[in-house]
Design a protein around this ligand. Structure first.
Ligand code: NAP
Length: 353
């Protein structure tokens, strides 16, 4: 039944990120969940039967009765949100883009490709211009646009205003990442309780290269030009359910005091805020002044999980300045980021509707 909203499909709908899409889109003013897609294990069942719902609020009734489809289904929705595992996303997302769908993906598979935008609307909305090149290169009527890794997005939301104001030269980031970032069932409980795991396969490399692409430029003739900022990341898995914390030291070309940096974070706004997009946090970077914040339990849901929460801004004897940033990994770190991209594209006339 049509209610004037744009029908959307969710790939990987039964997973951690897929469930978050279903939850965030439940009362969305512009989009309506029309099709849900998961593996053969789930296809042919209702969403309620197929899904082990693990979010804190009840499964939306509007989704519960929808029949889950398999990946070979002939999807009708012009907009497709993807929460597929990397191993299977490549071929499926490409097939849908070739058939004319706008594919907004959380998966790492296409993020670093030379004609695929990796987008944070507050940071590099102009990179969406690469869609035209992608369509031309690949002969597609649709396209693939990606959002970053769940640690990268919160790190870069905090770094962008500093880069614009003072010029970033180097960044050292140590993450304390929630268990939900590994999907479900993810890391075995016996590996997580009373423990910290100082290794997340591929994560450090993703943060380093994605951040350079996001903070860099785009020009149709030259393609993406990575920012000349040196990144070094340490990634750790910690026994937290949701919310990635990152301890960050930065070397600025033009050093700034903690007060100046706080003012720069708080005054930062991007296109989502200017346009008043439905999922845009009023302030993308929120500063906590208490000495012991941000903390995942208290701060991850601030601004409905769509903002990055910064605290402990102070001098760093090694690189100049340091701070802590925290963000929700499945809201702004995944599904919410794709939804915000789709909202921007609707306003910019980039959705195939
Ligand atoms: P997840 O909880 O493991 O869910 C995976 C989903 O994909 C499920 O719907 C599952 O369907 C389906 N699936 C699993 N194996 C499949 C296969 N072989 N063929 C087809 N479908 C298959 O994973 P997740 O945490 O939601 O992550 C999904 C994607 O988002 C990954 O690429 C991940 O890297 C990325 N991501 C995750 C986060 C996060 O914080 N979790 C953040 C950013 C990005 P069935 O239930 O039917 O098996």
């Amino acid at each position: 039944m049509s209610d004037g909203r744009i029908p959307v499909a969710v790939l990987g709908a039964t997973g951690n990120v897929g469930q978050r899409f279903v939850q965030l889109l439940e009362c969305h003013p512009w989009f309506r969940v029309a099709e849900l897609v998961a593996s053969e294990r789930s296809a042919g069942k209702t969403y309620r039967e197929a899904t082990d719902w693990r979010l804190s609020a009840t499964m939306p009734e509007s989704a519960a009765g929808l029949m889950v489809q398999g990946y070979d289904a002939d999807l009708q929705s012009p907009v497709v949100f993807s929460g597929l595992p990397g191993e299977v996303a490549g071929e499926i997302e490409q097939r849908l883009a070739a058939r004319g769908h706008a594919v907004l993906s959380n998966t790492s598979t296409h993020r670093m490709e030379p004609d695929v935008p990796l987008l944070i609307p507050e940071v590099n909305a102009d990179h969406a211009r690469a869609i035209e090149t992608q369509r031309k290169n690949r002969g597609w009527s649709g396209y693939i646009v990606t959002n970053p890794n769940c640690s990268t997005i919160h790190l870069v939301l905090a770094l962008k205003p500093l880069h614009d104001a003072y010029g970033l030269e180097g960044v050292l980031a140590t993450t304390l990442q929630a268990v939900s970032g590994a999907g479900y069932p993810g890391v075995p409980s016996l590996d997580m309780i009373d423990n910290v795991v100082p290794y997340i396969g591929g994560e450090e490399e993703k943060i380093e290269v994605e951040a350079q692409k996001l903070l860099g430029g785009y020009d149709p003739a030259q393609g993406f030009q990575p920012a000349a900022v040196v990144f070094s990341a340490h990634c750790n898995r910690v026994p937290v359910r949701d919310g990635h914390t990152e301890c960050v030291s930065v070397k600025l070309a033009n050093p700034a005091t903690p007060e100046e940096i706080i003012e720069t974070f708080e005054s930062f706004r991007g296109r989502p805020q200017e346009l008043g997009l439905p999922s845009a946090p009023p302030q993308p970077v929120i500063v906590r002044r208490e000495p012991n914040r941000p903390q995942p339990v208290f701060d991850r849901d601030d601004a409905k999980g769509m903002a990055s929460i910064v605290g402990r801004v102070r001098p760093c004897p090694l690189l100049g300045s340091k701070f802590v940033v925290l963000g929700h990994n499945t809201v702004r770190g995944a599904a919410g980021a794709s939804v915000l991209n789709a909202e921007l594209f609707k306003v910019d006339g980039l959705l195939p509707v």
